[in-house]
Write a protein that binds this ligand. Sequence first.
Ligand code: PLP
Length: 419
Amino acid sequence: MFHFAHDEEGRLCAEGVDLEALAAAVGTPTFVYSQATIERHYRVFDEAFRGHPHLVCYAMKANSNGAILRRLAQLGAGADIVSGGELYRALQAGIPADRVVFSGVGKTKDEMAAALEAGVLSLNVESEPELAALAEVAAQRGQVAQVALRVNPDVDAKTHPYIATGLRESKFGVPLEDARRIAADVKASPHLKLVGVDCHIGSQLVDLEPLMQALTSVLALVDDLRAAGHQIHHVDLGGGLGIPYRGEATPQPAELGAAVVAKMAGRPETLILEPGRVIVGNAGILLSRVLYVKRTQGRTFVIVDAAMNDLLRPSLYKAHHEIWPVRRTGAPEEVVDVVGPICETGDTFARDRALQPVAAGDLVAVMSAGAYGFVMSSTYNSRPRAAEVLVSGDRWAVVRARERLEGLVEGEAAPEWFE
Ligand SMILES: *Cc1c(COP(=O)(O)O)cnc(C)c1O
């Protein structure tokens, strides 16, 4: 979190930009991203795997802002996409289609057709009916679809149940024991080509062991498939590396890289990684202004102008986000609840949190909001979506304007029989 820090005068800066001045210019709530942090995270991650041919496919569902995608494309990143919308965004941002892998349990035929049209590196298939649908679409188009089989390695990722995806009972991937049979189906179709094996066991992983177990299972399967005559081009280990949300120790990309590269030694397959959160999570904050401080018997509520529609993670997963005052005074902290204006008790960013006393008009920063922040935002309560700003050194730019009121009703219409 080096690129978000208080200066000597106690002002919180994003790189060289004073956040008070930024909030005055752009308003709040606003997501603020540090370009230097994103670049550093990407480079550290990429370099961690330099001992083996590899491709980093940024999992753009973590943060799909076009400016961030464009910068990552300039750094050489590919993309892991999960929808036709993400394919559109990736191509718009200049990510070459042959660096795009398409994940997800429920691709529609239209999405498959768009991916084939673009020429993505692989469609990561998660079930036999999906494979059949893909074969149909490819046949109609007279194309051969490059397929990676997503397997479910049945490992416990030891993370929040909503973001664990590698257990047998989860909806993701095909069971390992079915993979050989399904691979044979791929081979039997003139419109499908098996090019990879893929897994993704969950998100916010703070233990490397389950990832390494998954890789062991995947490599054993790849050996089987090779023996059965499949030419496997790549092994895709997915994403999921955890990040510190409260300064806790989390595994470093270099640790994961060293272990994975060692295991891949001498193997012909290219390695694909799909990091999302680890690239952008700690590269962004949600800047918000205090509206009111409400004191009731025994509780103090700091009511801010950001809410669960802007940053859903605390409501959805009881996720912890640090909250920093934008102007640090050094006054002794008090215990407060930090809440948004939405009509849901779940609209709470922090409960029983020690925070420097703040007053109406003060700014706070909800930290670690770069991943699964803006992308999960909605207009619930008819709140326009927040602005997004990218900072680089002492420069800043609005990379997505705050949604306008007109945007809230765009596309709505009264039925003609009202007339
Ligand atoms: C969500 C997702 C990722 C990225 O996960 P992070 O925890 O953000 O790294 C990668 N691959 C797939 C298939 C995903 O669904």
